[in-house]
Structures are given as C-alpha cells and as structure tokens.
Design a protein around this ligand. Structure first.
Ligand code: COA
Length: 145
C-alpha cells in the first residue's frame, strides 16, 4: 500500500544514509511499503523523471528480512504496477558488492556511471564492505505490460 512518507525515515535511511539527500526526493516520491504479519519489512520510493522513466530513489529491507526475496518482490511489484505509464525503470547505486548483484539478479543492466556522485553529494564518506563509494552506477531495465 502507499505509505505515509516521513514515518518511514528509519527504513529510508537504510537505503540512503543521509536524511538531507532523502528529503531532496521524498516529497515527489510515491512510497510503497511491504509488511509481513503486521511487521514492516521493506519499502521503496519511486519518482517520475519524465520521458517514460520511473526512478527507484530508495529501496530498503530491514536487515533481519534481507535475502528473503522482499527486495525482488518490491521491484517486481513496481515493474508491473507502473508498466502502463512508464517504459524504463532506473536505479542509481554505489559500486558495491551489496547492491550490484541484487540489481543484476532483478534484470537491470548498468548503462552509465556518474563520476564522484557519492564523494561530491554526501557530507561524509560512505563505506560498504570496507570500500569507499565514489561513483554512482546507473542501472536500467525495460518495463513491459
Ligand atoms: C539491497 C536490498 C534492497 C536487496 O533486498 P533483499 O530483499 O535483501 O534481496 P532479495 O532477497 O530480494 O534478493 C534478490 C536476488 O538478489 C540477490 N542478492 C541480494 N543481495 C545480494 C548480495 N548482497 N550479494 C549477492 N546477491 C544478492 C539474492 O541472492 C537474490 O538472487 P536469487 O533470487 O538468485 O537468490 C537489501 O539487501 C537492502 O535493503 N540493503 C541495504 C540497503 C541498500 O543497500 N539499498 C539499496 C541502495 S541502492
């Protein structure tokens, strides 16, 4: 179901660790929440970027629910739900072994790189698996009705 946005900041911060960056897109995002047995498990936030492009601005699964298919379920849900209105789904992520395999498994391909995105836009260095994130990788996939 569509979610009350600010209320989910703890989960949003798992997907994007700087609140100021989240606030740049949250107002214009549609946020979807996935629950199991009344417990919030995962969410995603998407925006209309024009020209038929839907952008996944944030996707996050609480650690205890990760690697159980919730992330894929959200991707599959928005891919179906928005397929009539949008032709491409885009997602930006760091060059990290925690996220790149996930996007590839979900059918995305890397189409370009934005140099120094993380070092220039975040107020602190972000490390994943001991490696500092610098460039943003842009992944895309087709949406088909
Ligand atoms: C990245 C994230 C959204 C993935 O969601 P998830 O529910 O854990 O992933 P799923 O269980 O749906 O995995 C789907 C597929 O990706 C694979 N995958 C997911 N994370 C992976 C990882 N770290 N390494 C290798 N493969 C991974 C799974 O094995 C699965 O493949 P399979 O179906 O062949 O088994 C989630 O782990 C998360 O919230 N991470 C922290 C926040 C974050 O980094 N968000 C993304 C910001 S760009």
């Amino acid at each position: 179901m569509a979610a009350d946005k600010q209320k989910y900041m703890p989960l949003l911060l798992i997907g994007d660790e700087q609140e100021k960056m989240i606030l740049r897109y949250l107002d214009r995002s549609e946020v979807w929440l996935l629950s199991e047995d009344g417990q919030d498990c995962a969410l995603c936030a998407v925006t209309d970027e024009g020209s038929g492009v839907l952008e996944l601005k944030n996707i996050a699964v609480y650690p205890e629910y990760q690697r159980r298919g919730f992330g894929r379920e959200l991707i599959e849900f928005i891919s179906r739900y928005y397929a009539e209105k949008f032709s491409r789904l885009r997602a930006g992520t760091g060059d990290s072994p925690l996220t790149v395999p996930f996007y590839e498994k979900c059918g995305f391909e890397c189409v370009r790189t934005v140099k120094n995105w993380f070092t220039e836009n975040y107020d602190h260095p972000i490390y994943e698996c001991g490696v500092q994130l610098r460039d943003m990788l842009i992944f895309e996939k087709d949406l088909e009705v």
